[in-house]
Design a protein around this ligand. Structure first.
Ligand SMILES: Cc1cc2nc3c(=O)[nH]c(=O)nc-3n(C[C@H](O)[C@H](O)[C@H](O)COP(=O)(O)OP(=O)(O)OC[C@H]3O[C@@H](n4cnc5c(N)ncnc54)[C@H](O)[C@@H]3O)c2cc1C
Length: 430
């Protein structure tokens, strides 16, 4: 099927196989050792550690568990610390910079170990990733970086010149690129459900559709108001990432929610998809306004994502723009049908690093800047260990200042001009 003529549905492809469960509401305890707000990869990974360490643990989600990014992402797994070692060295000195980058490698290894050694059911595929260069200058820069990787932080990278890129991609859009051999893909929804099972198997209780509406400090910890009653908690973790609303104004001033949009084509047939991405890898490119795509797990569709808008809440509105972005790379897909379209809110930070720690007694872990599939399970685990007072919870990011900006209160008024400027730079090839 190439175009059935049917309109796209505003639903997440990954949910077709494993829709939200709609479990009957579990009774709420009156008090717990640890209350986690947000049942995504971060919150569930933290809860597994605190429950496993013998702390009574309750995880609340405003919607269904995993209703945020953790069931909506592209399932692309890569080394995901955004700033370069060079940038981090200028900001934090060489030693800390190295240790922050090393955390990114540990996060990737952590997810690989969970999937491969502990058989976490998440459709782990060690497919590798192709990163395309959108200009010859970007190609030269990425090839130089690949050949001079910082010692001790090496990734398995292979440079692919333009003349050979058809082995990686059925497109002439790029000027060569690099293959990152250690990148992998997962089914994001299956990963979420597997982490949910791990948390509950360790003894955590997860309650859906129960938003936390206020968090007040008390002598013994916190009082958390919820839609279904008040709970006393010795410790509270905010694991709300791009969905951090007014619950904690301090955190809201530090994360920038940005919409990330995806579409899935109608089934194109395995052969046709293989002609687009012959090695079945994840693909992204060097443009500042991000695009990322991959074959669906069954190999029948292309799943294509990007920053098609900043704040549009209706994913169907973004379908024409995503289709244009997709056809720029693959003109052969100009008239294919789109079956699914969805959006989720990722959390950027002003220094493009994730942040975890404690502010006025409240624990937090968030800010993966759109790349949390490996980072969120890892840092979620670490913050859970910190909450349980386990020494292995320490990370290189502990104690880093969590910056905000003057006049920023959670509504990113500055994004539209910046993205306009980035699009301009991308289009003129800078
Ligand atoms: C379209 C899209 C594509 C992406 N693709 C990739 C990718 O390919 N690779 C990659 O590495 N990353 C990707 N990401 C990012 C990645 O999905 C996230 O970084 C990661 O899932 C964050 O997990 P989390 O648990 O911190 O947050 P989330 O999964 O967003 O969970 C936060 C939860 O908090 C809940 N919540 C908020 N407020 C309250 C409240 N008051 N009370 C109770 N609950 C509350 C929300 O309902 C939500 O379920 C993508 C994201 C999107 C949206």
């Amino acid at each position: 099927m190439a175009n059935s003529g049917a309109a796209p549905r505003p639903t997440v492809l990954w949910m077709d196989e494993a829709p939200a469960q709609g479990e009957p509401a579990a009774p709420l305890p009156l008090e717990v050792d640890v209350l986690v707000v947000g049942a995504g990869y971060t919150g569930l990974s933290a809860a597994r550690e605190t429950a496993g360490a013998g702390r009574s643990t309750l995880v609340l989600d405003a919607a269904d568990a995993g209703a945020g990014c953790s069931s909506r992402n592209g399932g692309q797994v890569a080394y995901s610390i955004k700033p370069s070692l060079e940038d981090l060295t200028a900001r934090h000195g060489a030693d800390l910079a190295f240790r922050i980058c090393a955390e990114g490698h540990r996060a990737l290894k952590h997810l690989r170990d969970l999937a491969v050694e502990q058989n976490l059911d998440c459709d782990w595929r060690p497919c590798g990733g192709f990163h395309g260069a959108h200009t010859p200058r970007q190609f030269a820069a990425m090839a130089a970086l690949a050949e001079h990787q910082p010692r001790g932080l090496e990734q398995r990278v292979r440079v692919v010149p333009k003349a050979e890129q058809h082995r990686e991609i059925g497109s002439d859009f790029y000027h060569g690129g690099c293959v990152y051999e250690d990148d992998a893909s997962v089914d994001p929804r299956r990963l979420l459900l597997a982490l949910l099972r791990r948390a509950t198997a360790a003894g955590a209780t997860v309650v859906d559709r129960c938003p936390a509406t206020a968090i007040q400090p008390t002598r013994a910890g916190f009082e958390v108001r919820t839609a279904r009653g008040v709970i006393a908690a010795k410790k509270v973790l905010l694991a709300t990432n791009g969905y951090s609303g007014p619950l904690s104004p301090w955190h809201r001033r530090r994360v920038i929610p940005i919409g990330s949009y995806q579409i899935a084509t109608e089934p194109l047939g395995v052969e046709r998809v293989r002609a687009l991405i012959p090695q079945g890898r994840n693909v992204s490119d060097t443009r500042r306004v991000v695009v990322y795509y991959r074959p669906s797990p069954d190999g029948e569709r292309l799943v294509f994502g990007g920053r098609a808008s900043l704040g549009e809440t209706d994913p169907l509105v973004c379908v024409p723009r995503l289709r244009t972005m997709m056809s720029q790379i693959f003109p052969q897909l100009e008239s294919v049908g789109i079956s699914h379209a969805w959006v989720g809110w990722v959390a950027y930070t002003f220094d493009t690093l994730p942040h975890l720690g404690r502010h006025e007694g409240l624990y937090y872990c968030m800010g993966y800047c759109g790349q949390g599939v490996a980072l969120a399970p890892y840092f979620g685990m670490r913050i859970g260990q910190q909450i349980a007072d386990l020494p292995e919870g320490a990370t290189a990011l502990d104690g880093l200042p969590f910056p905000t900006r003057p006049y920023y209160f959670g509504r990113p008024w500055f994004l539209a001009p910046s993205v306009f400027f980035y699009r301009l730079l991308d289009s003129i090839g800078i």
